[in-house]
Design a protein around this ligand. Structure first.
Ligand code: SF4
Length: 533
């Protein structure tokens, strides 16, 4: 399944220790650890493939902060295919501290100015800063309207990152002695949604923070004065940190590095934790461990849950994963059922992010997956996917497996409950009008054999089966109260999320035009908070 996209990943490094060189920084030396950022971004490229960038702190240079960013994959942005160009770029951006970012775009796709980190230059060092942002501000429409209503302010881009930069600049300007924790405390009081941040300023002060709900993952590690942080643990263990050295940052907390010291502080009161369950089942790198739970093991258990529910005969059966994220779930299901798990569908390796001119979603799906008759012919196929968002890709896959692959039966098994509602916390998900499941079942309605039979007819499959909602917490080994499952249940953990959902449902039930634009405009009209600027 490749219909969902993340809205970014962040990374940071700092050799702040003065007394000795951390063994993990030996390769480059303490003043050059910024060179580790591209490697870390490669590890979290799964979170954003349209733009990348880094900002380095250069204490002895004219440019105290220096940013390099562009649209493209990490390897393209940092010229990693051209050794000399890459080395030159790294030489230019050498320093003891740096932050990095990968971006998926919903707007400004081809515009490098939307790439992050965002840098705000200023003559006064404390006002000169750069930051990278992972998440989505659910109350962005209100904040944007509030800022614009002040007359002399102008927002040049359609992105919540610019709004966040404005809010931080404003707090720094208004309170000369503000420290980094206070800055976050002040700004976060105005924010609703998911917002993990890496920040560095021209004084060499850094912070890495996680929003109070903890929607998106964020972890850090430190050894002998060398600090690193990233959206996912794989970026830290690949630097040489031991798995037990990698810590998950608690929601509402911040790691601050200044004056050669590191400390962790709470900047917002503890509230209901709401980790996004989708991180484990789809988005995160399968090698990562998020909030103390392995991504791979979570997916494997989801597959075992599917096996527990299975009622079809397993005679002559094979389990086939939809590449690549459904592999662990397929393996878990197959092992529990004692049937082979085989790659009957291959992803077209060369296509990647290639632009295919003029082709619609269905044609692209046909090009993207190739069925293998050698595996599929005459078999009863359990086709395992991690989720179904729209239905286009799945319809194509079933058709390909039957017509080109020659399968005798196709049974769709989804290692996730039905997606019933949009996301307002950093996942680019279609509006309710474009989701598949709400066309067959109402929110809160239990899946019945009749509903699943209607879905199967839609796909021309022999059967369809989803996991129930309670399987998710079980597979993640988490208290369900600690998870955001709003796109399954419609139960949004923040006020702006709830508001946007009501508007989205109004839009859906009245059969109005689809898309978020309508929702955002309505929010501005109906829920504008008191102006503060
Ligand atoms: S609504 Fe769904 S995708 Fe969005 S944060 Fe919540 S669980 Fe994740």
């Amino acid at each position: 399944m490749s219909e969902l996209h993340h809205e970014c990943g962040i990374a940071a490094v700092y050799h702040f220790g003065q007394d000795r060189i951390s063994p993990l920084a030996q390769q480059y030396g303490p003043g050059r650890v910024s060179r580790l950022i591209p490697r870390m971004l490669l590890d979290i490229q799964n979170r954003g493939q349209l733009a990348a960038g880094m900002t380095t702190y250069k204490p002895f240079d004219k440019d105290l902060l220096l940013t390099h960013k562009n649209v493209g994959l990490v390897s393209e942005v940092f010229r990693m295919g051209r050794k000399n160009k890459y080395q030159k770029l790294m030489d230019q951006h050498e320093g003891p501290a740096a932050i990095g970012h990968v971006r998926y775009a919903t707007c400004g796709k081809d515009d490098p100015s939307y790439a992050q980190p965002f840098e705000r230059t200023h003559l006064e060092k404390r006002k000169w800063f750069a930051f990278g942002f992972n998440g989505q501000l659910s109350n962005y429409p209100e904040l944007r309207a509030e800022i614009r209503s002040q007359g002399d302010f102008h927002l040049a881009r359609e992105t919540d990152t610019e709004t966040l930069m404005h809010l931080m600049s404003q707090e720094i300007a208004e309170t000369p002695e503000i420290d980094l924790r206070q800055l976050l405390t002040q700004v976060s009081q105005r924010l609703d949604g998911a917002y993990n941040i890496t920040f560095i300023n021209a004084r060499g002060q850094m912070f890495v923070s996680r929003d109070p709900n903890g929607f998106r993952p964020l972890c850090y590690a430190e050894r002998d004065g060398f600090f690193a942080a990233a959206s996912e643990s794989v970026a830290l263990t690949n630097l040489g940190f031991e798995p037990e050295e990698v810590q998950d940052l608690d929601p509402g907390c911040v790691v601050i590095i200044e004056d050669g010291e590191m400390r962790i502080e709470r900047y917002a009161p503890a509230i209901q934790t709401s980790h996004c369950f989708f991180e484990w089942i789809y988005f995160a790198n399968v090698c990562s461990r998020l909030d103390a739970r392995s991504v791979y093991l979570s997916r494997k258990v989801l597959g075992e849950e599917l096996a527990l529910q299975e009622r079809e005969s397993t005679v002559n059966a094979i389990v086939v994963p939809v590449p690549d994220t459904a592999k662990a779930a397929a393996e878990g299901m197959a092992f529990s059922l004692s049937v082979p798990c085989l790659e009957g569908l291959m992803r077209h390796r060369a296509l990647g992010r290639t632009f295919i001119e003029g082709e619609d979603r269905e044609a692209k799906a046909r090009m993207k997956y190739i069925p293998l008759p050698e595996v599929l012919r005459g078999r009863r196929v359990f086709l395992v996917d991690d989720t179904i968002v729209r239905s286009t890709t799945m319809r194509v896959l079933v058709d390909q497996i039957r017509s080109k692959g020659g399968a005798a039966e196709v049974h769709i098994r989804v290692a996730c409950p039905p997606i019933m509602a949009p996301c307002f916390y950093g996942i680019d998900m279609p509006d309710v009008n474009d989701l598949f499941a709400p066309r067959f079942a109402a929110q809160g309605e239990t899946m019945t054999p009749e509903i699943e039979a209607r879905m199967a007819r839609h796909f021309n499959a022999d059967s369809v089966r989803y996991l129930p909602v309670d399987s998710i917490a079980k597979a993640l080994n988490k208290d369900p109260e600690q998870l955001c499952q709003a796109c399954l249940t419609g139960d949004y953990p923040t006020p702006a999320g709830q508001r946007l959902y009501q508007l989205s449902m109004k839009n859906f039930s009245s059969n109005g035009p689809s898309g978020r634009r309508l929702v955002e405009e309505e929010v501005v009209e109906t829920a504008l908070p008191p102006a503060r600027l």
